[in-house]
Design a protein around this ligand. Structure first.
Ligand code: TXA
Ligand code: MG
Length: 341
């Protein structure tokens, strides 16, 4: 398949309607959002949704997020919208929050991976909103990476994984958040955070009162355990190299590397630290700036692969606020390998 490439930097660009035509004809296209690039298709057509799974190589029991551009598109997708959901939407939409509710009958089974619920999000990215509006229907969109690879935060990441497998790729530059949306379910008695992201637990608690944080946010699922968010059970964001998170002060991290690193190994550290380390460094943001870490972590994990390193020594991110999301992604890339020094 020949993939068409568009460069769009304004919601008024004429190519928006070309991309919408591709989607209206049942095609699939990678589009920007403020979190990561998404691989979009008509959310109301099972056969479009199937194409998305195929292109990504994604297991069919891992459900997709449905993207809307107007609040009026939400009600038809779900059984009902409780007060708590409206309060969240009012505060955080458009933006990096995904809300799960019991699904209505118009949601194809392919999207929900056999669950009785559907995840919905209204992105804030202007190009994403313009494309959804031009389509006139909601778009199913998982991250536009090959399943298991780091999520794409610029169009070249998408091209690396999916060129020749999808109808179009829209390039609008780097994503501003850089980590996928926060996912919360309101289909449980107490609202439950399934995936941390740009909207932090503290921000959610302010609106909802009590929330629970799913075990899988911090910990590896036990063999055979049922995942509340099926995405959490799959191997994720994994570079080919072995990633080891080294938790401790910078001095101890440096010493650990000096004692253990072998030829060709890489340090995954913060920008300010490069000059003090004697091995090849790939940086993921600035030291006391979790937002910059979120924005850079996926690109850094892709660069690690380009280096063909055997072992990658990663700095431990501060795991609070948006840092919790950074930690959650990095610890999966490291297959939960953490060493305290
Ligand atoms: O920021 C984002 O959320 C990006 C952009 C493109 O919007 N999308 C994204 O989609 O990250 P994806 O498919 O890579 O991740 C969706 C996550 C998965 O972990 C999936 O298991 C979970 O949300 N999910 C989706 N629907 C669900 C449902 N009904 N119940 C539980 N988990 C669900
Ligand atoms: Mg994904």
């Amino acid at each position: 398949m020949k993939t068409l490439h568009f460069e769009i930097h304004s919601p008024e660009n004429d190519d928006i309607s070309k991309v919408a035509s591709i989607l209206k004809d049942g095609g699939i296209a990678a589009i920007p959002t403020e979190t990561v690039y998404g691989l979009a298709g008509n959310a109301l057509k099972g056969e479009c949704v199937k194409k998305i799974y195929r292109a990504k190589g994604r297991p069919s029991d891992n459900p997709l997020i449905v993207h809307i551009s107007d609040i009026s598109q939400w009600a038809p997708l779900v059984k009902s919208i409780p007060e708590s959901a409206l309060a969240l939407a009012e505060k955080f939409w458009p933006g990096p929050l995904t809300i799960i509710l019991p699904k209505s009958d118009i949601i194809p089974t392919e999207i929900s991976g056999g669950l009785g619920t559907v995840a919905v999000r209204m992105p804030s990215d202007e190009i994403a909103k313009a494309i959804i509006s031009a389509c006139g229907f909601p778009l199913a969109a998982p991250s536009a990476n090959t399943s298991g690879k780091p999520s794409p935060t610029c169009a070249s990441h998408v091209t690396e994984d999916l060129d020749g497998k999808i109808d179009a790729i829209v390039d609008s530059g780097e994503c501003s958040v850089g980590i996928e949306s926060t996912v919360i379910t309101l289909a449980t008695d107490i609202p439950r955070l399934l995936r941390p992201g740009g909207i932090t637990p503290e921000m959610l608690t302010e609106v909802l009162g009590e929330i629970e944080i799913d075990d899988a946010v911090y910990n590896k699922l036990h063999e055979g355990a049922e995942a509340a968010s099926p995405g959490m059970k799959y191997k994720h964001y994994s570079p080919d190299a072995k990633v080891l998170i080294v938790k401790g002060s910078f001095d101890n991290y440096k010493k650990y590397i000096e004692d253990s690193a072998e030829e060709g190994d890489v340090a995954l550290c913060f920008e300010e630290e490069v000059k003090q380390l004697s091995i090849k460094c790939i940086t993921y943001g600035r030291k006391d700036d979790p937002s910059s870490q979120a924005k850079n972590i996926f690109d850094a994990l892709r660069k690690v692969d380009e280096e063909k390193a055997k072992t990658v020594y990663a700095r431990f991110p501060e795991n609070e606020g948006i840092g919790l999301a950074v930690f959650n992604r990095l610890v999966r890339a490291a297959a939960f390998n953490i060493i305290e020094v």
